[in-house]
Design a protein around this ligand. Structure first.
Ligand code: NAD
Ligand code: MG
Length: 295
């Protein structure tokens, strides 16, 4: 029987909550659904090797779990303080009989981005999938309160790390490899309180389209996923003003599907773009936004 998308996942009021960024998924209420109990694989990525940044929690965790269930070995990157979330993901990957590699570290360092790629490549014995999901979002209502420090940190995390990681990975990628970046509905319809973040997401979209053209002749596909409001640690650790948390996904502007999304609702798109089924797909933006327009 068909399920009603309005009611398929949590659609009530979220309890107001705040954690220091980057936040721990373990401590959220309700817990985000990253497919831990529900995602079922069917061999779509058998034998592939994936590196997922931000793989400890939220959308990156959903991608990491799905990749393992589809038969891939998976390395995940995250910040050292997120070790407790990362350990849970490691356990879930290993439960599938796949190899899990934990690579904590700060993507704002070019040197670390290079080390991360080298470690993933050597530990996994190659690289086929680069899912770049890590991101920083801090809402600031007035530009006068937006510090240079924050602007730099947001661009370093969301944009610079992309160039550094992709540059480090290219020598290891061969025809058939897939790079997936993570933009946002914010690239299309930016919020007034996300002046730095929304600009990075516009940049990521543009980078993706341009780099897809450059990488195509090598047989490497490059696409991006544009999520709408998704229930993750990013949002309860300053991504939204805390007062907006109870109605997250239902507030202003309203989401046509009237609720926040769960990370697992992104899993299939990250899997498709990584898989050989997406053989004729590059330079594209796939939106999962609860109906918020992205054109
Ligand atoms: P999340 O908090 O679960 O994931 C973000 C991850 O980024 C963190 O787990 C952390 O490991 C990583 N990160 C942040 N700064 C880092 C740094 N300096 N070095 C290394 N890693 C760092 O939240 P999420 O919502 O799943 O975010 C994943 C991606 O989805 C982000 O790019 C975000 O911009 C994007 N996105 C999220 C939403 C949403 O509503 N949640 C909407 C659109 C786009
Ligand atoms: Mg996290």
């Amino acid at each position: 029987m068909a399920k009603n998308p309005l009611e398929q996942y949590f659609n009530g009021e979220f309890p107001e909550q705040y954690q220091e960024p980057p936040g721990l998924q373990k401590e959220m209420s309700p817990l985000p659904d990253c497919g831990e109990t529900s995602y079922k694989g069917s061999g779509k990525l058998t034998g592939k090797k994936a590196l997922v940044t931000g793989g400890d929690s939220g959308i990156g965790r959903a991608a990491a779990i799905a990749y393992a269930r589809e038969g891939a070995d998976v390395a995940i990157n995250y910040l050292p303080v997120e070790q407790p979330d990362a350990e849970e993901v490691k356990e879930l990957i290993e439960k599938e009989g796949r190899k899990a590699v934990l690579i904590p570290g700060d993507l704002r360092s070019e040197e670390f981005c290079q080390e991360m790629v080298e470690e993933a490549n050597s530990e996994l014995g190659g690289l086929d999938i680069l899912a770049l999901v890590a991101g920083k979002q801090q809402a600031v209502e007035d530009i006068m309160d937006l510090s240079t420090e924050q602007i730099k940190a947001t661009f370093e995390t969301n944009v610079f790390s992309l160039y550094w990681t992709v540059k480090a990975a290219m020598p290891h990628l061969s025809a058939g490899a897939s790079i997936i970046t993570t933009t946002s509905v914010e690239a299309f319809n930016p919020s007034p309180m996300l002046l730095d973040y929304a600009a990075t997401k516009g940049t990521i979209m543009n980078f993706t389209k341009a780099f897809a053209k450059q990488a195509a002749s090598k047989g490497i596909r490059v696409n991006s996923v544009a999520p709408g409001p998704i229930w993750t640690p990013l949002q309860i650790s300053g991504g939204q003003p805390t007062a907006n948390i109870p109605n997250f996904g239902q507030g202003t502007p309203p989401t046509p599907l009237q609720r926040a999304g769960q990370p697992v609702e992104l899993s299939d798109v990250y899997v498709f773009l990584a898989s050989d089924s997406a053989s004729y797909v590059t330079g594209q933006i796939y939106s999962v936004t609860g109906g918020m327009p992205t054109a």
